[in-house]
Design a protein around this ligand. Structure first.
Ligand SMILES: [Zn+2]
Ligand SMILES: [Zn+2]
Length: 380
């Protein structure tokens, strides 16, 4: 829209100063909706915000996703636009992701050199892996059908603007488990009378480590981590109850399914051997993110043509990303954009002094706009 010139740096810093946790992105959503409306887009606000931009007569549509939520981390940055909300911080760069996508919307609205529909998706609650599913449950895919879907995440420690992606699995799944062992507590001096849950739990912790080491193929990239061991024991009381909690990562759904099966087998076997009961719960919050071949090739081509340093066959990331749910429904590509290596830009994601690199805003917005022109070309 003529006369609208977004100051992307100011906008990003405004998001940074006003971070909101997953499913509480009220102000953020309002700002995004206002900006999109100001650019002349059709806007639909639900759990997230969707902006629609059409040009030409084409029937093809592509979706571009940004995430909106912040993290429960007290910011320790020393720059002048630190979080106004104590204990909440944009430590994953979602402030930058939203701004790059708004910058792309402005470029494309000003200069709609494409033929088809662009669906701008602003998703809540990525950090807990619930936002994409919430939008899908609200029927976003049926209401705004897309042929392809894309998402960018910044990558600190990688050179500014470097594009990394790969066809196939790019982000791991994350599953959470909880194993409850019910034995018989008793006097610490008379273990023979009870069934001590802590010894059995310890055996279980060690046995679970054999799954990746001995049940899966070498190099699977899977991880089984016991992260909590809680008992009701006291200094002179043997515990009757023990709860093990932890986290499982996998690169392919088959490994994830096998890990769950082996965990259940081991839990059942060890508990039976000691005459106690063991209950296991296993819940997958993030599924594996699988990039489809054609959209990934398109990202690589656009990146190369844009003069960006590009790695089209990077190593899979160890983190999880709930964009996976969009990719499971629509052929998609998740790509990483280097956030730079110096200072706060090189600090890891989720570090309390990490910062999104403002120099990436224009690069990302231009990349998004070019990807749209490349994927929805005007046929003369
Ligand atoms: Zn994050
Ligand atoms: Zn993130």
């Amino acid at each position: 829209m003529a006369g609208t010139v977004l100051d992307l740096i100011r906008l990003r810093r405004d998001f940074h100063q006003n971070p909101e946790l997953g499913f509480h992105e009220y102000r953020t959503k309002q700002r995004i909706a206002e900006i999109l409306k100001g650019l002349g887009l059709e806007v639909c606000v639900g759990t997230g915000v969707v902006g629609i931009l059409r040009a030409g007569q084409g029937n093809r549509a592509i979706g571009l996703r940004a995430d909106m939520d912040a993290l429960p981390i007290p910011e320790t940055s020393t720059h002048g636009y630190s979080s106004n909300h104590p204990g909440v911080m944009h430590a994953c760069g979602h402030d930058g992701h939203m701004t790059m996508l708004l910058g792309a919307a402005e470029r494309l609205a000003d200069n709609p050199q494409f033929d088809g529909t662009v669906v701008f998706i602003f998703q809540p609650n990525e950090e807990h892996g619930l936002g994409a599913q919430a939008m899908i449950q609200e029927d976003v895919l049926a209401r705004f059908p897309m042929d392809e879907v894309y998402a960018i995440h910044n990558l600190p420690g990688a050179p500014l603007g470097q594009v990394s992606t790969r066809a196939g699995q790019i982000c791991a799944s994350e599953s959470l488990f909880e194993i409850a062992i019910s034995g018989q507590g008793g006097h610490a001096s008379m273990p023979q009378v009870g069934r001590d849950a802590i010894t059995i739990g310890a055996e279980l912790v060690t046995a679970l480590q054999t799954i990746v080491a001995r049940k899966l193929a070498p190099g699977s990239g899977a991880v089984v981590s016991v992260t909590e061991f809680i008992t009701d024991g006291q200094r002179n009381v043997l515990p009757g109850q023990a709860v093990l909690k932890g986290d499982v990562r996998a690169r392919v759904p088959e490994d994830r399914a096998n890990i769950e099966t082996f965990m259940r087998q081991i839990t059942k076997g060890i508990c039976a051997a000691h005459g106690v009961t063991g209950e296991m719960a296993f819940r997958t919050e993030f599924i594996e993110t699988i990039n489809a071949a054609a959209p990934t090739a398109a990202v690589v081509e656009t990146a190369l043509n844009s003069g960006l340093e590009t790695n089209g066959d990077c190593a899979p990331m160890s983190f999880s990303e709930d964009f996976a749910h969009f990719c499971a429904a629509v052929p998609g590509c998740f790509l990483l954009l280097g956030n730079g290596v110096e200072g706060a830009h090189g600090q890891p994601l989720h570090a309390s002094d990490y910062d999104f690199n403002d120099e990436l805003l224009a690069i990302g917005a231009a990349f998004w706009a070019q990807l749209v022109r490349d994927r929805l070309p005007i046929h003369s």
